[in-house]
Design a protein around this ligand. Sequence first.
Ligand code: HEM
Length: 377
Amino acid sequence: MVAWAVSDHAVLKELLTDPRVSKDPRQHWPKFINGEITPEWPLFTWVAVNNMFTAYGGDHKRLRKLVSSAFTARRTAALRPRIERMAADLLDGLAAAPAGGVVDLREEYCYPIPIQVICELFGVADEAMREDLRRLVDSIFNTAASAEEAASTFQTMHSVLSDLVALKRETPGDDMTSVLITAREEDGSRLTEAELVDTLLLMISAGHETTVNLLDNAVHALLTHPDQLDLVRKGAASWSDVIEETLRVQAPVASLPLRYAVEDIEAAGVPIKKGDAILAAYAAAGRNPVSHGQDADVFDVTRVDKEHLAFGYGVHFCLGAPLARLEAEIALPALFERFPDLALAVPTEELTPVASFISNGHRSLPARLSGATATVG
Ligand code: HEM
């Protein structure tokens, strides 16, 4: 499969707002329309789902509107006390571990918060279902998956989410899954059954791995740049500076499949033919020296211009950006306040990236938790 990877910040920004660039393979990708793209392709789920992520024009507006009201800045802010409690409970658990012990912070701290938040928002209460979803989302992000694994992930994901829909049809709750079911039942033209299931797939998977990577990358950046952590501790930089700089220098979604040229277009003088596939290379754009200067790859929380495209740009701009930022604004200071002497337990060269060109994080983040301060709250 060949696609144009767009890594220049300014060019990418232009393409992301160009109506001649679509994310809908059903209308604009000849290879998909011809049946060349099958469930055995590791990226099949990324392109074949039926939701706002792969919709164009009016369909995109319709599908996005159904969920966007749940993700306004005001609604998101209301989740603050709940997220603070989750972080505090997890830190209590970590503090109870034997003194000087090593924990995998990605697994024990970065993972649980985003997963719990998204599962609560969508009413996934059952522990076994949460585990299934986590395993399946991991597999969707694994761009090295075998053909069998890719096909089985696609099928199993749909069957687990159809079970969730059936459960919520029977016993509705105060959650987003029930809200979407009601929208579909009131007026079938607002949301088809396939779109309902695939919207759940999008929300649940987007809410899992991305924010985990943001937390993982921010913790790693601070532990490997103690001078930058000091600036935050002294009040010379804010946690928001840490979050935005992490998003710029380590975009949690490194590259995003796929977009398609609706007609022949030109990007920075390069001709892209109608029907060609385009990959948004967000991580590369964040370090592009033309836009971010010669020190673009340096983690510098005092950098004046931290503009990044880590949440995308244009009509598909991330719906969960306020939620992801809120989770990080709570989770990061809470961790560093509770464990002031937190340190990586292995040299950074020994950390391995997750097996994906989409997801940008570490497989594990072993850290030493010496010197917990007293519990607050
Ligand atoms: C640090 C965390 C996150 C990052 C880096 C991130 C990144 C992105 C990016 C790059 C896109 C644009 C995709 C494109 O190129 O078209 C996107 C879209 C989206 N994100 Fe996020 N995301 C994060 C967290 C979340 C969360 C927590 C949720 C929801 C709970 C979420 C929901 C969505 C949805 C629904 C879209 C599709 C919007 C559309 O197509 O109109 N994201 N995200």
